[in-house]
Design a protein around this ligand. Structure first.
Ligand code: ASP
Ligand code: MG
Length: 440
């Protein structure tokens, strides 16, 4: 069984949806196809929820009508025969009837989740009608029947596995399933979701639940690249990454894969492939247990970082000092990303400033607290890079002109991170592309 997930842009135009139908019928392996909403739809649904929450019914109605018009044009282009077009129209009418009814009821969070679910519900149903028109045998799997989150809004994996496999056993002859990404039920049984970009997570959870041979994530880029193509001229796709390397990269801003989505596939050792719908023959990036090769693979950057330095002579030879400091961050549920220490000072970084003021106040008794805002973590990711000769010298040679604020080395064998002022981010990525990867 293989999982193939297609993002919003891969289903966002009728001709792209046709391409998806071709890609999923290229081989005979049984499949579960996970679809996002058509591109732009979830953003529109978010806007509908926001307008409704403000009580602006007129604006809400405008967005609903514009979205509906878009869907009518879409299916007229996609569906060529009268009977299937009628079915397509009926699907759109059903979902937009719902969106119009919400104008008459008062806004609440559960209703908002229902609104957000409409995108994936429509994309999968429309795609299913298209497959029907093409005489492609398949079954639509309602994600709301098996995808579940617990009281902490985390996937309830055991329940997902049991429910999904039970449903699959009810279709012993079906080789092709289509289901919704992103949407799920919460612990109260209400419609909910896996947060923005969550379709990758759906795919990874399904892949783990059925022990798939592969989890393919189809987008419009040919895999993860060694550097940010928007910032440096020459980048190259990374052929193979370990799960650990991919997790580091995903966190550090490689937008192509949703950061939290990796663990289910990793847990069940299902390889994840990042592939390009526009260039299906390109190898893309495979993420699996093994790293494939030793050495530096990529750099990635994360903006919006705040560095906090706590300096105190009481730290000298003291124990328990770090724990007390970390407890402050724990109290405010603020994750720490980088940590460096000297005998009399400790610097940490955070990317969430929601409780910054309270945190600073509680840190004051420990010593002098200094903060630097607008920082960027630039992370060099690879396999056993700590043991790879020359990485450190190339790194520091490349960055001799950059005011590096922190360095984190040795925390894991596949990551070296430096903190630089965000104003130096572009320069840093360009210098590393040349100095570490030899790419101009
Ligand atoms: N449609 C949802 C979003 O745009 C989920 C996804 O595409 O992954 O966030
Ligand atoms: Mg996405």
């Amino acid at each position: 069984m293989k999982i193939m997930k297609f993002g919003g842009t891969s289903v966002g135009k009728p001709e792209r949806m046709e391409q998806v139908a071709k890609l999923i019928t290229l081989d005979k392996e049984p499949k579960i196809v996970v679809l996002s909403a058509l591109s732009g739809t979830t953003n529109a649904l978010v806007a509908i929820g926001e307008a409704l929450a403000k009580g602006d019914k007129q604006h809400t109605k405008q967005i609903i009508d514009a979205l509906e018009a878009h869907y009518h044009v879409f299916i007229k282009d996609l569906l060529k025969n009268e009977a299937t077009l009628k079915k397509g129209e009926a699907i759109i009418t059903e979902h937009f009837d719902f969106l119009n009814i919400i104008l008459k009821i008062s806004f609440n969070e559960a209703l908002n989740k229902d609104i957000l679910a409409q995108g994936e519900l429509m994309s999968t149903k429309i795609f299913s009608v298209y497959l029907e028109e093409k005489n492609i045998d398949h079954a639509l799997l309602p994600a709301l029947d098996f995808m579940q989150i617990d009281v902490n809004d985390e996937p309830y994996f055991d329940a997902i596995r049991v429910k999904l496999n039970r449903i699959l056993h009810q279709h012993p002859d079906t080789k092709l399933f289509v289901t919704q990404g992103y949407i799920c039920r919460n612990s109260k049984g209400e419609v909910d979701n896996l947060k923005r970009g969550g379709s990758d997570y759906t795919a990874s959870l399904i892949a783990a639940a059925v022990n798939a041979s592969v989890c393919e994530i189809w987008t419009d880029i040919d895999g993860m690249h060694n550097n940010d193509p928007r910032i440096v001229n020459k980048t190259k796709p990374i052929v193979q990454l370990s799960f650990d390397e991919a997790a580091e990269l995903a966190y550090f801003g490689a937008k192509i894969l949703h950061p939290t989505c990796i663990w289910p596939a990793q847990q069940e050792k299902v390889p994840v492939k990042l592939l390009n719908t526009m260039q299906p023959e390109a190898p893309g990036t495979t993420i699996m247990q093994e790293a494939g090769s030793v050495g530096v693979k990529a750099v990635a950057a994360k903006d919006g970082i705040i560095a906090i330095k706590i300096k105190s002579s009481r730290m000298l030879l003291a124990y328990g000092f770090l724990r007390k400091i970390f407890e402050v961050f724990e109290k405010y549920k603020t994750p720490i990303d980088m940590v460096t220490t000297s005998e009399v000072a400790v610097s940490v970084t955070i990317d969430n400033d929601a409780h910054l003021e309270q945190i600073l106040k509680e840190l004051e008794p420990f010593g002098t607290v200094v903060i630097d805002k607008d920082q960027t973590i630039v992370s060099i990711v690879g396999n056993q890079i700590a043991q790879t000769p020359d990485v450190l010298s190339k790194l520091f040679d490349s960055l001799s002109q950059v005011p590096v604020r922190m360095v984190s080395y040795g925390g894991s064998s596949h990551n070296i991170s430096v903190l630089v002022p965000s104003a130096y981010k572009i320069q840093t990525l360009q210098l590393l592309n040349k100095g570490v990867f030899g790419l101009d």
